[in-house]
Structure formats: C-alpha cells, structure tokens
Design a protein. Structure first.
Length: 259
C-alpha cells in the first residue's frame, strides 16, 4: 500500500533502537525524511546511517534527553516544520507502591507525560496552520489495564492519555490526528530489563519467566519492532485521517478487555 506520505518530514524520539527504531524504519520505507532523537549518540548515529543506506531518505540526529527542558528545546529546534511526530520515551523502573516517593513520580511525569506534551504543544500549531499532521504517542497497555508493578508508568501514561483525548478532538478539524499506540510484550530492551527485575524479585529462571510471559499472550509470541512500526506508519499515513484520539493496543491479545 502506498501510504502517500513520501516527502513528508517526521520527528521520532527514542529512535535509536526498539519500538522507536521500528517506527523510524517504517516511515523511512514510506519515503519520509526524519529527525531522530535519543540519549545515546553512538547508537543514534548508527541507526541514522543504517536508515539512510536502506531507504535513501534524509536523516538528521539530535542526541538529547527529551525528559529535560534543555533536551526538549534542542529537539524542537531541529524538528521545526515537521508533518509527523512520534513520541517515544522509555518507561520508569518497576516497583511496589511502598517504594515510590514524590521525586519518583515527578521523574515519571517529566518523562512519560510532560515531555510528549511539550513536543506536541510546540509542533502542533504548525501542523494546524498547514492543514495536515499526524501525532502518534507510544504509551502502554497499562492505560487500559494497569500493571501492579508499573505504578509510575500507569500514572504518567494515563495523564498523557487524558490530554490526548481532549486535544485530538480539538485539532481534528484542521486535518491533524493524534493517536496512541499501546505496546504489550515486544522483543525489546525494555522487556528484557523488566524481565531481569522480575527474575530477581520472584526468584525464577529466565526460561521459566519467558514461558510464563508467552502463556499470557494468546498469539503465543512476543511482538516485533517491525510490525509495531508498520502500524505506526499507517496511523501517520494519508489513509488514517478518520482515526482520531484512539488507543490502539498491539499486544497479541494479552490485554483481556471487551472494549
């Protein structure tokens, strides 16, 4: 399918690896020029070179922490005039409710709610003025079914979800859509780090934990960054203009909900 976005420009954060990289690759395959951001400069440059070589698009890099005000400012300056925004910020650490102090919640809010909102607030006016734009936020299935050991993530991502629910309806008349993609278990570093924490907490082996995880997924496997990126690219395409304010789970059926 021709996504009809060739020649557009996109900002993708957290794009050096994992789901962000999958989204950047899928957009580049559709002919979109990129600004990609991540904290690690070496991995970011390697990703940029691989994407340029594979797809022949322009790729600019910004090594920055978008959870910081300074990082946000540099990313926003590099991304001025983009048509597409994909926000992806690594989640906070797992734990139990007794573990968290006010400072922990503030860090989670800065990264997983306020950073995406800052990027949206900065880049949305230009999209509205030009009469076309796409915003996709990578959040979590925890906004539909909260995860007990991810209370910091539950809190911050739910706040972003509420913000998007209202703003997406306000900008839709300008040809701009905002939606959220909710990953379940994907074969990424984030899942590996959560599994390592679970192994220490529960005293189980990696093999036992993997078997337990797969048993909870009706599809019988974890997702890939490539298929996640393909869904992101579709939501950024010319064909998705009627998809507004939605929270789309990509989880192999593991979130057991009717709606």
């Amino acid at each position: 399918m021709d996504l009809r976005i060739r020649g557009r420009r996109a900002l993708v954060t957290g794009a050096s690896k994992g789901l962000g990289r999958g989204c950047a690759e899928a957009l580049a395959e559709a002919g979109v020029d990129l600004v990609i951001a991540a904290r690690g400069a070496e991995a970011l440059e390697a990703a940029a070179e691989a994407i340029r070589s594979a797809h022949g698009v322009e790729v600019r890099t910004v090594a920055a922490d978008v959870a910081s005000l300074e990082g946000q400012a540099r990313v926003i300056a590099a991304a001025e005039g983009v048509d597409i925004l994909v926000t992806n910020v690594g989640g906070p650490p797992p734990g139990q409710w007794r573990d968290w102090a006010r400072e922990d919640f503030q860090k989670a809010l800065d990264a997983n709610m306020l950073a995406p909102i800052a990027l949206i607030q900065a880049l949305l006016p230009g999209m509205c003025d030009r009469g076309w734009g796409r915003v996709v936020n990578i959040t979590s299935t925890s906004v539909k079914a909260p995860l007990g050991n991810l209370g910091l993530s539950n809190t911050a991502r739910a706040g972003l979800t509420g913000y998007v629910a209202g703003v997406s309806r306000q900008v839709a008349p300008f040809g701009v859509t905002i939606n959220n993609l909710l990953p379940g278990s994907h074969d990424t570093d984030r899942i590996k780090s959560l599994d390592e924490a679970a192994m220490k907490r529960d005293g189980v082996t990696k093999e036992a934990l993997t078997a337990r995880r797969l048993a909870s997924i009706p599809a019988g496997r974890m997702g890939t960054a490539q298929e996640f990126g393909a869904m992101c690219a579709f939501l950024c395409s010319a064909h998705a203009g009627y998809v507004v304010g939605q929270n789309i789970a990509l989880d192999g059926g593991s979130t057991n909900l009717t709606l």
